[in-house]
Design a binder for this molecule. Sequence first.
Ligand SMILES: [Mn+2]
Length: 300
Amino acid sequence: MNIHILGVPMDLGAGRRGVDMGPSAIRIAGVAERLRGLGHSVQDEGDIPVKAPEQQKIHNEKLKYLPEIVRASTLLANKVEKIVEGGGFPLVLGGDHSIAIGTIAGLSSYCQSKNKKLGVLWIDAHGDLNTHETTPSGNIHGMPLAVSIGLGAIELTSVGGDFRKVDPKNVALIGVRELDEGERKYIKQLGINVFTMEEIDRNGMSVIMTKALRKLHNVDWLHVSFDLDSVDPSVAPGVGTPVKGGINYREAHLIMETLNEYGNMKSMEVVEVNPILDNHNQSAEFAVELIQSGFGKKIL
Ligand SMILES: [Mn+2]
């Protein structure tokens, strides 16, 4: 595969500082070398420039740092679209999860022009389905999935073009264990496929992955948006918003191994690595291990 790494040092969407250092931490953990070791061609495209919070003011408490997030997301969308037009596999490194707004906008523009159906596998402790009307915090990293299915502030939903980026029926969420009231309502109303931690506990990850991919079987382009906070903090403590009771070490690898075997994944982002909360880069190193499994590393 022809992998293009793209960093987005963004923490404006998060309530806590530090995930802007995620792309560096993942690079330092050796992502490019390890992917080359699996036989892939890897090109690092560097970082999308993002302004620091110190350079800005918050104008809207329900949409914190909106103008800069819109600006950076638009740049990211353009860059991602160019990568896929050239036949590359975009591997986007966050940054907080708000960057998915740009990644998915870029993929969706491409898919629309080629008449392809986009699907998204969203692996996360949270729903990321808030809007400016439902958000308890005003942090935009709690909104990217809502935005991608066309809900929320017009400034965000129109990044990359004023159209719905992905049909909610072509979205599956895995690892969810913390939802806000407004998010529960959207999930019920829109029929989004959600596989909670409870269902993973009851059925096992293998069954859940099979179910999730079956829901997405008719998409032409599968994007994987992997929030490292889906993993239990005992395995990955260095994440933006740790929530206990997450997926374990092997379950996380099994997600990636299944995706590799399934063979339909055409783009991936890994977000919310927070080196400030980490122990000796353990979480970024785990993220790189997972990326390796997604790109074909096998036990045997
Ligand atoms: Mn998230």
